[in-house]
Design a binder for this molecule. Structure first.
Ligand SMILES: [Zn+2]
Ligand SMILES: [Zn+2]
Length: 452
């Protein structure tokens, strides 16, 4: 695509017809041409830094378990082709490859294959780890309008945050610029913690034997489940696990909210989704203002009870079965009760489920980032972290690996970013001298270029 555009820019430069000269597409192509010529990201400099880092640190990168059965894949800074169907007999050969090639991005298969270096349909699939991807790219967060931008390649329209599904011009050809901030990474971490809770409490996996948690090096976290019981699961079995984690298909009556029920004990201490929904409901009502409750458009009786008898409701939730709570607080209109329950249940499930990328988990041939390698879009390290210490993990400090002399840059635009204890930026069309770690980040994000 980019090569074609480059060709078009060259052709248009030669023809120089007036109509084309003033058209938005011409301006856009010229901007792209300028971008290409200016080398935003100073690729050569970044490649040199990555090479140096791999020369000194490749040996600290552990091979994935059962390395001989894994496929490896790599992306370089220069091209867009993925080098894949690569296999290594041991860690030493893997390290040699990393040193010789200093890839922009490194991946391994979550799958185990008899012949990992053969073409896809001849590899001989044996099994695959169960993997989960949590990425702030998939969230809708207010901070994204502060640091993400898009440009329509067709008409030149620009905007902030996520691009729309279709541009006003009817096309969906967007160029995006995505950054990150503390808020997106905290949101990704929260989702990862919820996922770990479900995997540990409901599935019985242990942090010691089964779970590997990695910071992705950019906007998220990956969780790998390495347990022989899940290794041979096909796509539909993995889909069942996804549905469970998302709380898909839970109906109020499954967790005791049945207007015809005859009581029993509270669901608050129950295991699985019953207890989880009970807790979410408790927290939601406890934290909600009258305005929030009113905005749900529940029945008048339930709305008034949740506002005026809030503490009575919370005590009842702690001590009584949901069917008792319905009788006491939700009025008599059974049909209305069901609608109201659906509204509340959706909120409770959203709060307690983990926002995973479902495609990644159900794909049994997935390539996933090789832990402890560098991420080409940030220059940060993809890091394996102890799941028990995830709440203390700070990617803005821990994942920063470049140390060296300061670098002079021209920054076209970059939002505020904290690296370690210092916050840098925002920068806008200016010359700055920055520590190597910050410079690498801005360069990998293509927001700057090195100057002399
Ligand atoms: Zn457009
Ligand atoms: Zn953010």
């Amino acid at each position: 695509m980019l090569l074609n555009l480059k060709k078009m820019v060259q052709t248009l430069s030669i023809i120089n017809i007036q109509i084309i000269y003033f058209s938005p597409i011409f301006k856009l192509l010229c901007a792209l041409k300028l971008d290409m010529e200016s080398d935003w990201g100073s690729t050569k400099f970044v490649v040199e830094q990555f090479s140096k880092w791999y020369r000194n640190n490749a040996k600290t990168i552990p091979a994935p378990t059962e390395i001989k059965l894994r496929e490896f894949a790599f992306l370089t800074f220069e091209g867009r082709t993925m080098f894949r169907h690569i296999s290594f007999k041991d860690e030493v050969v893997l390290h040699r490859y990393l040193i010789d090639n200093a890839p922009a991005n490194s991946y391994h298969s979550s799958s185990y294959y008899k012949h990992p270096d053969y073409d896809m349909n001849e590899k001989g699939w044996i099994g695959a780890d169960l993997v989960f991807d949590i990425d702030a790219d998939h969230f809708n967060l207010p901070c994204q309008t502060e640091h993400d931008k898009w440009l329509c390649r067709n008409c030149g329209k620009t905007g902030v945050g996520k691009p729309p599904e279709l541009c006003e011009c009817g096309k969906a050809q967007f160029q995006t610029e995505t950054w990150l901030c503390e808020k997106c990474l905290q949101a990704a971490k929260n989702e990862t913690q919820k996922l770990l809770d479900i995997l540990i409490q409901d599935f019985g996996f242990t942090t010691k034997n089964d779970l590997v948690v990695n910071f992705s090096g950019n906007r998220g976290y990956h969780v790998h489940v390495r347990n022989k019981n899940v290794r041979y699961f096909d796509q539909s079995s993995r889909r069942e696990i996804v549905d469970y984690i998302l709380g898909t298909g839970i109906k109020p009556e499954y967790i005791g909210f049945n207007p015809k029920g005859h009581g029993g004990r509270s669901i608050l201490g129950d295991e699985g989704w019953r207890g989880r929904v009970g807790k979410a409901l408790y927290d939601f009502v406890d934290d909600s203002s009258s305005e929030t409750i009113k905005s749900l458009n529940l029945s008048r009786t339930l709305t008034q009870n949740l506002i005026n008898k809030k503490s009575e409701f919370l005590i009842a939730l702690q001590n009584n079965h949901p069917s008792f709570i319905l009788k006491k607080f939700a009025g008599r209109d059974e049909e209305r009760i069901i609608t109201d329950l659906d509204t509340i249940l959706k909120i409770a499930i959203k709060q307690q489920s983990a926002d995973i990328d479902t495609v990644v988990t159900t794909d049994i041939h997935r390539l996933i980032r090789l832990p402890n390698t560098l991420h080409g879009k940030t220059g940060w390290q993809t890091q394996t972290i102890n799941p028990e210490n995830i709440s203390d993990y700070d990617p803005f400090t821990n994942a920063i690996v470049f140390k060296g002399e300061e670098v002079k840059l021209f920054v076209r635009w970059a939002p505020k970013i904290r690296i370690g204890d210092t916050t840098y930026g925002e920068y806008n069309e200016e010359k700055v001298t920055l520590p190597l770690a910050v410079a690498i980040f801005l360069l990998c994000k293509k927001g700057a270029r090195v100057i002399n």
